[in-house]
Design a protein around this ligand. Sequence first.
Ligand code: DON
Length: 329
Amino acid sequence: MQVQSQSTEPMGELHLAIQRAWDTHKSNDDGTVADYIPELSKANPNDFGIAIATAGGKVYAVGDAEVPFTIQSVSKAFAFCLALEIAGPQKVMSRVGVEPSGDPFNAILFDPETNRPFNPMVNAGAIAIAGLLCEYLGKDAFDFLLNRFSIAAGRKLTVDEEVYRSECETGHRNRAIAHLLLANGALTGSPDKALDLYFKQCSISVTAVDLARMGATFANMGQNPMEKSIAFELTAVRRTLSVMFTCGMYDYAGHWAYDVGIPAKSGVGGGIVGVINRQIGIGTYAPRLDKKGNSVRGIAAFEMLAEEFGLHAFDCTNVGSTFIASLIR
Ligand code: DON
Protein backbone atom coordinates (compact mmCIF):
# COMPACT_ATOMS: atom_id res chain seq x y z
CA MET A 1 0.00 0.00 0.00
CA GLN A 2 1.44 3.37 -0.96
CA VAL A 3 0.44 6.19 1.34
CA GLN A 4 1.08 9.56 -0.22
CA SER A 5 -0.05 11.79 2.59
CA GLN A 6 -2.00 11.69 5.81
CA SER A 7 -1.97 15.44 6.07
CA THR A 8 -4.91 17.53 4.92
CA GLU A 9 -2.52 20.12 3.51
CA PRO A 10 -0.96 20.18 0.03
CA MET A 11 2.52 18.63 -0.06
CA GLY A 12 4.54 20.81 2.30
CA GLU A 13 8.31 20.93 2.75
CA LEU A 14 8.45 17.90 5.07
CA HIS A 15 6.34 15.79 2.79
CA LEU A 16 8.39 16.78 -0.26
CA ALA A 17 11.59 15.97 1.63
CA ILE A 18 10.53 12.43 2.52
CA GLN A 19 9.33 11.94 -1.05
CA ARG A 20 12.80 13.00 -2.31
CA ALA A 21 14.50 10.62 0.15
CA TRP A 22 12.19 7.81 -0.98
CA ASP A 23 12.80 8.52 -4.69
CA THR A 24 16.56 8.72 -4.17
CA HIS A 25 16.91 5.42 -2.31
CA LYS A 26 14.04 3.26 -3.57
CA SER A 27 16.33 1.41 -5.99
CA ASN A 28 19.09 0.65 -3.48
CA ASP A 29 19.02 -3.15 -3.31
CA ASP A 30 21.98 -3.59 -0.97
CA GLY A 31 21.54 -5.78 2.09
CA THR A 32 19.43 -8.82 2.86
CA VAL A 33 16.21 -9.54 4.74
CA ALA A 34 16.80 -11.17 8.17
CA ASP A 35 16.21 -14.91 8.08
CA TYR A 36 17.66 -16.13 11.39
CA ILE A 37 14.06 -15.99 12.64
CA PRO A 38 12.37 -17.89 9.78
CA GLU A 39 9.14 -15.83 9.77
CA LEU A 40 11.10 -12.60 9.17
CA SER A 41 12.38 -13.92 5.83
CA LYS A 42 8.83 -13.61 4.43
CA ALA A 43 9.07 -9.80 4.29
CA ASN A 44 8.99 -8.21 0.82
CA PRO A 45 12.59 -7.00 0.30
CA ASN A 46 11.38 -4.12 -1.88
CA ASP A 47 9.12 -2.54 0.71
CA PHE A 48 10.16 1.00 1.60
CA GLY A 49 8.19 3.49 3.64
CA ILE A 50 9.06 6.76 5.35
CA ALA A 51 6.87 8.72 7.77
CA ILE A 52 7.22 11.87 9.84
CA ALA A 53 4.90 12.72 12.74
CA THR A 54 5.14 16.14 14.30
CA ALA A 55 4.82 17.05 17.98
CA GLY A 56 1.88 19.15 16.83
CA GLY A 57 0.01 16.08 15.61
CA LYS A 58 0.51 16.07 11.82
CA VAL A 59 1.66 12.97 9.90
CA TYR A 60 3.35 12.80 6.50
CA ALA A 61 4.01 9.46 4.82
CA VAL A 62 5.33 8.06 1.54
CA GLY A 63 5.77 4.61 0.03
CA ASP A 64 5.01 1.51 2.09
CA ALA A 65 4.55 3.46 5.29
CA GLU A 66 1.44 1.49 6.27
CA VAL A 67 2.81 -1.98 5.60
CA PRO A 68 2.97 -3.95 8.87
CA PHE A 69 6.22 -5.49 10.11
CA THR A 70 7.43 -6.51 13.56
CA ILE A 71 8.94 -3.88 15.80
CA GLN A 72 11.79 -6.17 16.96
CA SER A 73 14.59 -4.31 18.70
CA VAL A 74 12.93 -0.92 18.29
CA SER A 75 10.80 -2.14 21.23
CA LYS A 76 13.91 -2.10 23.45
CA ALA A 77 13.92 1.70 23.69
CA PHE A 78 10.26 1.95 24.68
CA ALA A 79 10.50 -0.98 27.13
CA PHE A 80 13.54 0.64 28.78
CA CYS A 81 11.56 3.86 29.19
CA LEU A 82 8.74 1.94 30.91
CA ALA A 83 11.17 0.12 33.22
CA LEU A 84 12.63 3.47 34.33
CA GLU A 85 9.15 4.60 35.27
CA ILE A 86 8.07 1.35 36.97
CA ALA A 87 11.25 0.34 38.79
CA GLY A 88 13.01 3.71 39.03
CA PRO A 89 16.41 4.66 37.57
CA GLN A 90 18.49 3.28 40.46
CA LYS A 91 16.98 -0.16 40.28
CA VAL A 92 17.31 -0.17 36.50
CA MET A 93 20.98 0.84 36.76
CA SER A 94 21.59 -2.01 39.19
CA ARG A 95 20.69 -4.43 36.37
CA VAL A 96 21.79 -2.71 33.13
CA GLY A 97 24.46 -0.13 32.28
CA VAL A 98 24.30 2.74 29.80
CA GLU A 99 27.65 2.28 28.03
CA PRO A 100 27.89 1.58 24.30
CA SER A 101 29.23 -1.94 23.87
CA GLY A 102 30.63 -1.71 20.35
CA ASP A 103 29.52 -5.32 19.98
CA PRO A 104 26.80 -6.94 17.85
CA PHE A 105 23.25 -6.88 19.24
CA ASN A 106 23.26 -10.56 20.20
CA ALA A 107 26.75 -10.62 21.78
CA ILE A 108 27.18 -12.71 24.92
CA LEU A 109 29.33 -10.17 26.71
CA PHE A 110 28.89 -8.32 29.98
CA ASP A 111 30.56 -5.35 31.60
CA PRO A 112 33.60 -6.97 33.28
CA GLU A 113 33.38 -4.67 36.33
CA THR A 114 29.68 -5.06 37.12
CA ASN A 115 28.67 -8.26 35.32
CA ARG A 116 25.68 -6.33 33.97
CA PRO A 117 24.78 -6.04 30.28
CA PHE A 118 26.42 -2.96 28.76
CA ASN A 119 23.15 -1.22 27.84
CA PRO A 120 19.42 -1.86 27.33
CA MET A 121 19.59 -1.62 23.52
CA VAL A 122 21.42 -4.94 23.03
CA ASN A 123 19.67 -8.28 23.58
CA ALA A 124 21.26 -8.98 26.98
CA GLY A 125 20.20 -5.60 28.34
CA ALA A 126 16.71 -5.83 26.85
CA ILE A 127 16.15 -9.28 28.40
CA ALA A 128 17.26 -7.91 31.79
CA ILE A 129 14.77 -5.05 31.33
CA ALA A 130 12.02 -7.55 30.43
CA GLY A 131 12.91 -9.44 33.63
CA LEU A 132 12.55 -6.26 35.66
CA LEU A 133 9.14 -5.50 34.12
CA CYS A 134 8.01 -9.08 34.95
CA GLU A 135 9.32 -8.66 38.49
CA TYR A 136 7.27 -5.48 39.05
CA LEU A 137 4.18 -6.17 36.96
CA GLY A 138 3.90 -9.97 37.10
CA LYS A 139 1.53 -11.53 34.60
CA ASP A 140 0.25 -8.08 33.55
CA ALA A 141 3.65 -7.04 32.19
CA PHE A 142 2.91 -7.61 28.51
CA ASP A 143 -0.56 -6.01 28.58
CA PHE A 144 0.92 -3.01 30.35
CA LEU A 145 3.67 -2.67 27.76
CA LEU A 146 1.32 -3.17 24.79
CA ASN A 147 -1.10 -0.61 26.17
CA ARG A 148 1.62 2.04 26.54
CA PHE A 149 3.06 1.29 23.11
CA SER A 150 -0.48 1.61 21.71
CA ILE A 151 -1.02 4.97 23.41
CA ALA A 152 2.27 6.16 21.90
CA ALA A 153 1.27 4.94 18.42
CA GLY A 154 -2.26 6.31 18.74
CA ARG A 155 -3.94 3.01 17.84
CA LYS A 156 -4.36 -0.45 19.34
CA LEU A 157 -1.28 -2.49 18.40
CA THR A 158 -1.33 -6.30 18.22
CA VAL A 159 1.16 -9.18 18.21
CA ASP A 160 2.16 -11.01 15.02
CA GLU A 161 1.54 -14.50 16.39
CA GLU A 162 3.55 -16.24 13.65
CA VAL A 163 6.65 -14.18 14.34
CA TYR A 164 6.17 -14.69 18.09
CA ARG A 165 6.01 -18.45 17.60
CA SER A 166 9.07 -18.34 15.32
CA GLU A 167 11.01 -16.27 17.90
CA CYS A 168 10.14 -18.73 20.69
CA GLU A 169 11.17 -21.72 18.58
CA THR A 170 14.51 -20.35 17.47
CA GLY A 171 15.64 -18.04 20.31
CA HIS A 172 18.28 -20.37 21.76
CA ARG A 173 20.97 -17.73 21.93
CA ASN A 174 18.62 -15.44 23.85
CA ARG A 175 17.86 -18.34 26.23
CA ALA A 176 21.59 -18.72 26.87
CA ILE A 177 21.83 -14.98 27.56
CA ALA A 178 18.88 -15.09 30.00
CA HIS A 179 20.46 -17.88 32.02
CA LEU A 180 23.78 -16.04 32.17
CA LEU A 181 21.90 -12.94 33.38
CA LEU A 182 20.40 -15.06 36.15
CA ALA A 183 23.85 -16.37 37.09
CA ASN A 184 25.20 -12.79 37.15
CA GLY A 185 22.33 -11.33 39.20
CA ALA A 186 21.09 -9.06 36.39
CA LEU A 187 17.92 -11.15 36.36
CA THR A 188 16.35 -12.33 39.58
CA GLY A 189 13.08 -13.92 38.46
CA SER A 190 12.22 -16.65 35.97
CA PRO A 191 14.33 -16.52 32.78
CA ASP A 192 11.43 -18.13 30.89
CA LYS A 193 9.03 -15.35 31.85
CA ALA A 194 11.56 -12.64 30.94
CA LEU A 195 12.21 -14.33 27.58
CA ASP A 196 8.52 -14.71 26.85
CA LEU A 197 7.96 -10.99 27.43
CA TYR A 198 11.02 -10.15 25.30
CA PHE A 199 9.93 -12.41 22.40
CA LYS A 200 6.40 -11.04 22.56
CA GLN A 201 7.43 -7.38 22.66
CA CYS A 202 9.68 -7.95 19.62
CA SER A 203 6.69 -9.48 17.77
CA ILE A 204 4.41 -6.44 18.06
CA SER A 205 3.22 -5.46 14.60
CA VAL A 206 3.78 -1.82 13.59
CA THR A 207 4.10 0.37 10.48
CA ALA A 208 6.49 3.22 9.65
CA VAL A 209 3.64 5.60 10.52
CA ASP A 210 3.32 3.93 13.96
CA LEU A 211 7.06 4.32 14.55
CA ALA A 212 6.90 7.98 13.53
CA ARG A 213 4.03 8.54 15.95
CA MET A 214 5.82 6.68 18.75
CA GLY A 215 8.89 8.82 18.05
CA ALA A 216 6.73 11.95 18.09
CA THR A 217 5.41 10.87 21.50
CA PHE A 218 8.99 10.79 22.78
CA ALA A 219 9.62 14.14 21.07
CA ASN A 220 6.50 15.49 22.77
CA MET A 221 7.82 14.62 26.27
CA GLY A 222 5.92 11.32 26.51
CA GLN A 223 2.49 12.58 25.51
CA ASN A 224 0.91 11.38 22.29
CA PRO A 225 0.46 14.60 20.25
CA MET A 226 -2.82 13.47 18.67
CA GLU A 227 -4.54 11.75 21.59
CA LYS A 228 -3.05 14.00 24.30
CA SER A 229 -2.70 10.93 26.52
CA ILE A 230 0.50 10.19 28.44
CA ALA A 231 2.42 7.11 27.27
CA PHE A 232 5.77 7.68 29.02
CA GLU A 233 7.06 9.50 32.05
CA LEU A 234 8.94 12.75 31.33
CA THR A 235 12.29 12.08 33.06
CA ALA A 236 12.34 8.52 31.71
CA VAL A 237 12.03 9.91 28.17
CA ARG A 238 15.17 12.04 28.58
CA ARG A 239 17.16 9.09 29.90
CA THR A 240 15.90 6.87 27.09
CA LEU A 241 16.75 9.36 24.35
CA SER A 242 20.29 9.61 25.76
CA VAL A 243 20.81 5.86 25.51
CA MET A 244 19.24 5.79 22.04
CA PHE A 245 21.75 8.47 20.98
CA THR A 246 24.78 6.48 22.16
CA CYS A 247 23.65 2.85 21.76
CA GLY A 248 20.57 2.70 19.50
CA MET A 249 22.25 1.41 16.35
CA TYR A 250 24.36 -1.38 17.90
CA ASP A 251 27.95 -1.52 16.71
CA TYR A 252 27.11 1.24 14.18
CA ALA A 253 26.10 3.63 16.99
CA GLY A 254 29.29 5.72 16.86
CA HIS A 255 29.10 6.13 13.12
CA TRP A 256 25.41 7.04 13.36
CA ALA A 257 26.03 9.68 16.04
CA TYR A 258 28.81 11.10 13.86
CA ASP A 259 26.85 11.18 10.59
CA VAL A 260 23.18 11.51 11.54
CA GLY A 261 23.42 12.73 15.13
CA ILE A 262 19.93 12.00 16.45
CA PRO A 263 18.59 9.50 19.01
CA ALA A 264 17.35 6.44 17.12
CA LYS A 265 16.67 2.73 17.41
CA SER A 266 16.65 0.03 14.75
CA GLY A 267 15.25 -3.48 14.56
CA VAL A 268 15.87 -6.53 12.38
CA GLY A 269 12.29 -6.30 11.10
CA GLY A 270 13.58 -3.35 9.02
CA GLY A 271 12.28 -0.48 11.11
CA ILE A 272 14.11 2.58 12.45
CA VAL A 273 12.65 5.23 14.74
CA GLY A 274 14.37 8.59 15.17
CA VAL A 275 13.48 11.50 17.45
CA ILE A 276 14.08 15.23 17.08
CA ASN A 277 13.42 16.49 20.58
CA ARG A 278 10.22 18.60 20.94
CA GLN A 279 9.70 18.53 17.15
CA ILE A 280 9.22 15.30 15.20
CA GLY A 281 9.40 11.52 15.17
CA ILE A 282 10.66 9.78 12.02
CA GLY A 283 9.80 6.18 11.17
CA THR A 284 11.27 4.19 8.27
CA TYR A 285 10.63 0.66 7.07
CA ALA A 286 12.82 -1.22 4.57
CA PRO A 287 13.66 -4.82 5.47
CA ARG A 288 16.97 -5.22 3.62
CA LEU A 289 19.58 -5.06 6.40
CA ASP A 290 23.31 -4.43 6.42
CA LYS A 291 25.76 -6.75 8.19
CA LYS A 292 25.14 -5.03 11.53
CA GLY A 293 21.36 -5.58 11.37
CA ASN A 294 20.35 -2.04 10.42
CA SER A 295 18.03 -1.17 7.50
CA VAL A 296 20.11 -0.05 4.49
CA ARG A 297 17.50 2.23 2.89
CA GLY A 298 16.42 3.43 6.34
CA ILE A 299 19.93 4.62 7.19
CA ALA A 300 20.24 6.30 3.76
CA ALA A 301 16.90 8.11 4.21
CA PHE A 302 17.84 9.32 7.70
CA GLU A 303 21.23 10.57 6.45
CA MET A 304 19.56 12.55 3.70
CA LEU A 305 16.89 14.08 5.97
CA ALA A 306 19.46 14.91 8.66
CA GLU A 307 21.64 16.69 6.11
CA GLU A 308 18.78 18.57 4.49
CA PHE A 309 17.17 19.83 7.71
CA GLY A 310 20.24 20.15 9.97
CA LEU A 311 18.86 17.55 12.36
CA HIS A 312 22.26 16.61 13.81
CA ALA A 313 22.45 17.48 17.53
CA PHE A 314 25.63 19.48 16.83
CA ASP A 315 24.56 21.11 13.60
CA CYS A 316 25.51 24.79 13.55
CA THR A 317 21.81 25.69 13.37
CA ASN A 318 21.10 23.97 16.70
CA VAL A 319 21.60 26.54 19.42
CA GLY A 320 21.44 24.26 22.50
CA SER A 321 19.87 25.71 25.63
CA THR A 322 17.51 28.63 25.05
CA PHE A 323 17.77 29.30 28.79
CA ILE A 324 21.52 29.95 28.59
CA ALA A 325 20.94 31.96 25.42
CA SER A 326 18.74 34.35 27.40
CA LEU A 327 21.51 34.79 30.03
CA ILE A 328 24.43 35.48 27.71
CA ARG A 329 22.86 38.15 25.54
O1 DON B 1 16.57 -10.97 19.84
C1 DON B 1 16.24 -11.15 18.68
O2 DON B 1 16.80 -11.94 18.00
C2 DON B 1 15.12 -10.33 18.02
N1 DON B 1 13.88 -10.72 18.45
C3 DON B 1 15.33 -8.86 18.14
C4 DON B 1 16.58 -8.52 17.46
C5 DON B 1 16.70 -7.20 16.84
O3 DON B 1 15.84 -6.58 16.26
C6 DON B 1 18.07 -6.75 16.89
N2 DON B 1 18.33 -5.88 15.85
N3 DON B 1 18.72 -5.25 15.11
